[in-house]
Design a protein around this ligand. Sequence first.
Ligand SMILES: [Zn+2]
Length: 318
Amino acid sequence: MKYIILDLEWNQSGIPEESVKDLTFEIVEVGAVKLNEDRVMVDEFSCLVKPQVYSKMHHITRKLIHLRMEELEKGQPFTKVAEDFLNWCGKDYMFGTWGPLDLTELQNNLRYYDMKPLSNGPIAFFDVQKLFSIAFEDGKSRKSLEYAVDFLKIEKDIPFHRAFSDAYYTAKVFAKIDEKLANSHVSYDTFRAPKDEDHEVWVDFDKYSKFISRGFETKQDLLFNKRVMNTRCYKCGKGTFKRIRWFSPNHKNYYYVGFCPRHGYVKSKVRVRKDCNDLFYCVKTMKKIDKETYRTLYEKYVKYKENKKKQIAKAKGK
Ligand SMILES: [Zn+2]
């Protein structure tokens, strides 16, 4: 299997009212490097895209990527660049990007031009920015690419902030991350939710499990789905004893804590999202937590209940 380390540059409207709804971000440059199984660079791809939608360079884009409209005029239309790029990728590969946005924007641009979708469901990829944080920092911070390059003492032999150079440095950072660690922290782009139950994503890592549900027409349907709300221990599959019932402090994230006699406290977190077809789906993680984390969450739950009581009392005019 090969790795395609990809970086895109995109442009947007400078005037919010003139922003095209289905294409907020128009890709203007595609850069990528291909790595073999040993994560050694074997090929490269770099192409400018001639804009079709936004004819002025947004000031942030200009500042960020040092590209002028005149240069882009020499580019090819997106459909041609995308076709060449996907042919260049070949067949057996996995994407890697710096941060989680590139694959979403690539798919959105493909969709805007009615091109064949990259996939009918979630796409597994390596988020190298996240992996860098897990490998060398606290796992939560998100640093700039240049920070990571400096941190790892990678030679800065080409300038930053163009698609190809950023893909090149991302690949260099990726090559320094332990393979096992990378493979146990695969990310999923969910531009499209799984189309049915058979395509739902279940992954079990040592410290947590992840489930990506299919898409539902309504949030209600999602939240009443048995697979979404299942609270069995992800380690042994046995039922857990309820410690904190499902609750949602913000109507976006839902929490539950169960107790497994063998594995202790298990927290479930359901994040509700919408995919590109306006279907509701969820990303659910289950994780073993210690007693202290359980107590903190319990306090949150108590507060949530008190607030709810107050709201009800207010609504009744008391
Ligand atoms: Zn268990």
